[in-house]
Design a protein around this ligand. Structure first.
Ligand code: IMP
Length: 458
């Protein structure tokens, strides 16, 4: 069925440091889509979906798979662990969801090998106090091999003898590093083949030319959702380097990670929490280590889906969100977890930074409003640009605007009008300062706990 929606190619991505609740929003919009696509990252992502009170956790397969009318794609920008992929397929089958013919994967996806995981863990250990806090899933080393032009790709599984020849060479290199540089156990060829080539037949049936298939679907007028993983500030080029992931997490990665060019994108939804969280190390100017931070962690259940690690929590950072709006050319915002702020006497928005050698005056609305977030002039229009260096950002002291909180319980609300006035004021202030309209509000984990202010698919 051809959709009447004007926006056909929709990107949904995290606009902070990941875990913004993208999975639920993708799932919500998927009801009216024909395809959902992953374009970067790997099984370092973690999506928890709650449908009719039942939780499903996915880390690699697009969350759109829960909808029987949808075809899911994994583009060449995604690194794939065959073992994880097949485990997720089996888990879905157990829940009565058959992926046959509905899950299509690019033959060009780099393969995550067992040695990549060993290298990831060994590197983190060797970094000691300077560890990035990776998910330990082998994502970084897999991308390194891809860029180093020595990696294995899913399509290589189709030529077993060539695969064995090349993976043997790669293994010699990995094992040399593991044994002689990191002084940790090596991995046998049998283990690597068991995790890869032994799954050849199961994987072969899912492989396709993702770019051509998406182009066909798109030309036929279908709605395609591009589902980001991690978040904007973890982008390898634009994030808080080196405390980032190893892929581009910003909207540009849709094109590089699928082969669908940038002019084909109609709408970019930036998903953000009503506050800020981060897992792993790296600068986070608004981090709260006090009782309010504790409140956000407990009330928001801020523990990682993939690793179970407690997330660092803090106030909403307008400055970083404006950068995110710029980097992704955001069309609309989706704010999640507003209810976590319920019951706080006051709420705060970070509207600037004070750094050691710079004491800015307070930012005026005129200055912000005269510089739309998506304008390339933004970094110069804001009196205090984001510190370029992660170390400087770590020392940036936030300048807060304090607003009155609300006592009412907003969880599960389904209309804008029922929100407490102070919550509305808080949200409107974010909208004004960021310069991007709030199109969706999520008030709880279930699909129905949502307020659609402006429908991206209208
Ligand atoms: P990696 O992606 O496993 O290499 O980890 C690099 C950084 O990205 C670490 O700080 C991780 O905690 C973070 N990271 C990776 N995946 C996610 C995610 O899905 N949500 C939030 N943070 C993530």
């Amino acid at each position: 069925m051809i959709s009447q929606s004007k926006n056909k190619n929709i990107v949904i991505l995290g606009s902070q440091w990941g875990d913004e609740g993208k999975g639920k929003i993708v799932d919500l919009l998927t009801a009216r889509a024909q395809a959902v696509v992953r374009f970067q990252g790997g099984h370092n992502a973690g999506h928890t979906l709650v449908i009719d009170g039942k939780k499903t956790k996915l880390s690699l397969i697009p969350s759109g798979i829960m909808h029987p009318q949808v075809t899911c794609f994994i583009g060449p920008g995604v690194v794939v662990s065959p073992t994880v992929l097949l485990n997720e397929i089996a888990m879905l089958r157990q829940e009565g969801i058959d992926v046959t013919g509905r899950l299509k994967i690019s033959a060009n996806c780099p393969i995550v090998l067992p040695t990549h995981i060993q290298l990831d863990l060994a590197r983190e250990k060797a970094r000691g106090a300077a560890a990035i806090g990776t998910t330990g899933r082998g994502i970084g080393p897999t991308y390194e091999d891809q860029v180093g032009r020595r990696g294995m790709r899913l399509g290589d599984l189709l030529k077993p003898s060539r695969f064995i020849e090349r993976v043997t060479e790669l293994l010699a290199y990995h094992n040399f590093l593991l044994e002689h540089y990191y002084h940790v156990p090596t991995v046998s060829l049998e283990t690597v083949l068991e995790a890869t080539l032994s799954h050849r037949d199961a994987i072969a049936g899912t492989l396709c030319d993702v770019t051509a298939s998406l182009d066909d679907l798109s030309r036929a007028g279908n709605i395609i959702l591009f589902e980001g993983a991690q978040g904007t500030l973890l982008d390898i080029d634009h994030g808080t380097y080196p405390f980032v992931t190893s892929s581009n997490t910003t909207a540009g990665a849709v094109s590089t990670g699928t082969g669908i060019g940038p002019c084909r994108i109609d709408y970019v939804l930036g998903v953000t929490k009503a506050y800020t969280t981060r897992v792993g190390a790296g600068p986070m100017p608004t981090e709260l280590t006090d009782q309010v931070g504790q409140h956000l962690r407990e009330r928001g259940q801020e523990f990682g889906t993939v690793t179970g690690r407690p997330r660092r929590c803090g106030w909403f950072d307008v400055i970083l969100m404006r950068r995110s709006a710029l980097l992704n050319s955001l069309t609309g915002l989706c704010i999640t977890k507003l209810d976590v702020l319920d019951g706080l006497k006051t709420v705060k928005l970070c509207v600037g930074y004070r750094s050691q050698n710079q004491t800015p005056e307070s930012v005026s609305d005129e200055a912000l409003l005269s510089a739309p977030a998506t304008s390339s002039a933004v970094p110069f229009a804001i009196p205090f640009a984001i510190p370029f260096d992660s170390e400087d950002l770590a020392h940036a002291e936030p300048i807060y605007e304090t607003m009155p909180g609300w006592a009412e319980d907003t969880s599960g609300m389904t209309s804008w009008n029922s929100l407490p006035d102070n919550a509305k004021n808080y949200l409107k202030r974010i909208e004004t300062l960021v310069g991007v309209p709030i199109d969706i509000l999520s008030t709880g984990p279930d699909r129905i706990e949502t307020i659609i202010v402006r429908d991206p698919l209208a």
